[in-house]
Design a protein around this ligand. Structure first.
Ligand SMILES: [Cu+2]
Length: 228
């Protein structure tokens, strides 16, 4: 089997012959398209048909007791994007970075300005655990030092009571001890605001919405958030 080297650039489709009857305007449009057709929407703007928002993080604050965190996140460098674009993890839960590509990725996490972890993964299939570097809760911005277009978010929470919304914008957090809590929804921000010096699209500031929620013993409580 021969693998083509992965270039981490949007590739142009191979064109055997010049299409007939196209004017310059059409040709220019073709160049804007990715090989699969329409460019994908940026992950910050993913929205389901019923307007559910994927990739928001829901955090229950101040839960000092309850379940043990058994979560595990593997942040994959796959075809030159981070999978998943938004992840969440509890302190002391396991976090690893994987490279599924035959190119060097350098995964670099920042909590504000300081670096939290910075790992080079030159080899396909390589996995490096970074759990020990995650010492504080917060929102980690993850970038690739080798590829300016790669970015992701990793939210580190102080308890195992968190969730990332699914394709429909839904979430579920199990085994919450009865009580009244603040529940915060975090979203990366979705209004494009230009680009940084490396050409990354920048969005407005991440958004948070906090609600109060009471969980009765052995009952299911629901909470809705709206992004505006
Ligand atoms: Cu990379």
């Amino acid at each position: 089997m021969v693998e083509r080297p992965l270039q981490c650039q949007p590739e142009r489709p191979a064109v055997a012959e010049e299409p007939q009857g196209k004017d310059e305007h059409d040709r220019h449009q073709d160049e804007e398209l990715s090989p699969g057709g329409e460019p994908e929407p940026p992950p910050e703007q993913e929205e389901a048909a019923d307007r559910g928002v994927k990739g928001s993080v829901v955090l229950i604050e101040g839960v000092a007791r309850g379940k043990k965190g058994g979560g595990e996140v593997v942040l994959d460098n796959h075809q030159c994007v981070f999978v998943s674009h938004v992840t969440a993890v509890g302190l002391k839960e396991k976090v690893a970075i994987r490279n599924s590509d035959p190119v060097l990725h350098n995964t670099h996490g920042f909590l504000g300005t300081p670096t939290v972890f910075n790992v080079a993964l030159p080899t396909k299939g390589q996995v490096i655990e970074v759990t020990k570097y995650l010492k504080n809760p917060g929102v980690i911005r993850v970038l690739c030092d080798a590829h300016p277009h790669m970015s992701a978010w990793m939210i580190v929470h102080d308890s195992p009571y968190y969730a990332v919304t699914d394709d429909k914008g839904a979430f579920r957090i199990a085994d919450v001890p009865p009580g009244t809590y603040k529940v915060t929804m975090w979203h990366a921000g979705f209004r494009p605001k230009g680009a940084d010096k490396d050409g990354r699209v920048l969005y407005d500031e991440p958004k948070t919405v906090t609600r109060e929620l009471t969980v009765a013993p052995k009952a299911t409580a629901t909470v809705d958030f709206e992004l505006k």
